[in-house]
Design a protein around this ligand. Structure first.
Ligand SMILES: [Zn+2]
Length: 421
């Protein structure tokens, strides 16, 4: 039986560190049980003079810490690592065996002392964070740890970040915070939060490691797994979708057909529309189902559909709650669209990167083996400089969208740049 860290692909160093910390945490609990005061090694605060660069003052390889940040590129397994570590902390053996109730309920998302914050909108608000911090301060019902996992901690609003910081600065004795963020850049995580946390950097897993896990865990044929792992550029979840979902493969093909279609100004605008609409369709497919279920659940809870005397009054009172739900769903849909568009742009960037490495005759494997011939033709036509300019146009489009330029405008500008070269 594989333990809880088995799905953390290509991250041996991080797994070693987390296993050590889990063992140290178990030792803290044992010491507490025989009456010695349990003492966690608190991280930081780093020296006030140089908060950004000073490392948290903990032994980097052994002790347990109250607050952690898992960093790494999308798909590297930040949240997988955080959940696995949470399971190891709740494991009755203190190892993350994968079999005991503590491990299984944590991995299944039902452990009473593990709170998971997955932002559905563009940001995590202060109300949500305050409620969470309050609940996290209670004594763990299972007698081990209260664990709070915050996925996409880079989406904390400033106020929410401050609420979290307060909790991390004066942590309740048995509470552990696990944050996930792309990096420790101040844009992602405030310098003060970072100075109180131990950082676990994850790397982009190599394609061979991703392929191996697709074969072992998901039973995917080795040749499909290898293709999908390369095409997904180290993103484990995306590799699995590409290997399994024909719709995801079709959408990818449509994106990779873009360079061929750019024959004029009109075609460039058409290509922009196609890309935007494909992202919208993908996003809609991913959120429609949960939207409908949520609305039905809320309506049932509010007594809609009833015909009794109280029903109409209840519905009037319920309008506010439904509006709140719609707002949340709209925000989630926006996020899903941006994510889908970003994936498409990453695919497109991979194509121009292939053209660039071919023009430079660099000894690197192509990202997209199935469009390698087309990229080769591009390399001949554009040479290294032309390929690089196109790659930069795609990356500039991503950056513009990140900076809140309207996606359609950014994509149109990119398509024109790609056409003109
Ligand atoms: Zn266990």
């Amino acid at each position: 039986m594989p333990d809880v860290f088995a799905d953390l692909v290509g991250q041996d160093e991080a797994v070693t560190e987390l296993r050590r910390a889990a063992a140290a945490a178990a030792a803290v609990l044992r010491a507490g049980a025989v009456g010695r005061a349990p003492a966690l090694v608190a991280a930081g605060p780093a020296g006030a003079a140089e908060p950004a660069s000073a490392p948290a003052e903990v032994d980097p390889s052994t002790g347990m810490t109250h607050a952690w940040i898992f960093t790494g590129p999308p798909g590297s397994g930040r949240s997988v690592a955080a959940r696995a570590f949470a399971a190891a902390l709740q494991c009755v053996h203190g190892t993350g065996c994968g079999e005991c109730p503590g491990c299984r309920t944590t991995m299944g998302g039902t452990h009473a002392d593990v709170r998971l914050v997955v932002p559905e909108g563009l940001s995590i608000g202060v109300g949500e964070m305050r409620a969470l911090v309050l609940r996290a301060a209670s004594t763990p019902s299972g007698g081990r740890w209260q664990v709070v996992v915050i996925e996409d901690a880079d989406r904390l609003t400033e106020a929410a970040g401050n609420a979290l910081l307060k909790a991390i600065e004066e942590p309740p004795p048995r509470t552990v915070f696990l944050l996930c963020a792309p990096s420790t850049h101040p844009d992602d995580i405030s310098v003060t939060i970072r100075s109180r946390c131990r950082v676990v950097p994850l790397r982009q897993p190599p394609a061979t490691a991703v392929a191996e896990v697709l074969v072992r865990r998901d039973g995917i044929a080795p040749d499909v797994a290898q293709w999908a792992a390369a095409a997904a550029q180290g993103h484990v979840g995306r590799a699995r979708r590409l290997a399994r979902d024909p719709e995801a493969r079709k959408r990818r093909e449509a994106v990779l057909a873009v360079p061929r279609r750019l024959t004029g100004v009109g075609a460039a605008f058409d290509a922009a529309s196609t890309l935007i609409e494909a992202a919208e369709a993908e996003a809609e497919a991913s959120v429609t189902e949960s939207d409908t279920t949520e609305r039905a659940a809320l309506e049932t809870a509010l007594g809609a559909g009833g015909t009794g005397r109280g029903a109409s009054g209840a519905i009037r009172g319920a309008a506010g709650q439904l509006k709140e739900l719609e707002k949340r769903q709209k925000s989630r849909a926006t996020r899903a669209q941006r994510d889908a568009l970003d994936r498409a742009l990453v695919d497109l960037a991979g194509f121009y990167r292939d053209a660039l490495t071919m023009a430079l005759r660099a000894p690197v494997a192509p990202v997209h083996t199935d469009t390698a011939a087309l990229a080769g033709a591009g390399a001949q036509k554009w040479d290294a400089e032309g390929s690089l300019r196109r790659l930069e146009a795609v990356l500039a489009c991503r950056a513009a969208i990140e900076a809140n330029v309207k996606p359609r405008i950014a994509v149109e500008a990119m398509m024109l740049a790609l056409w003109k070269g």
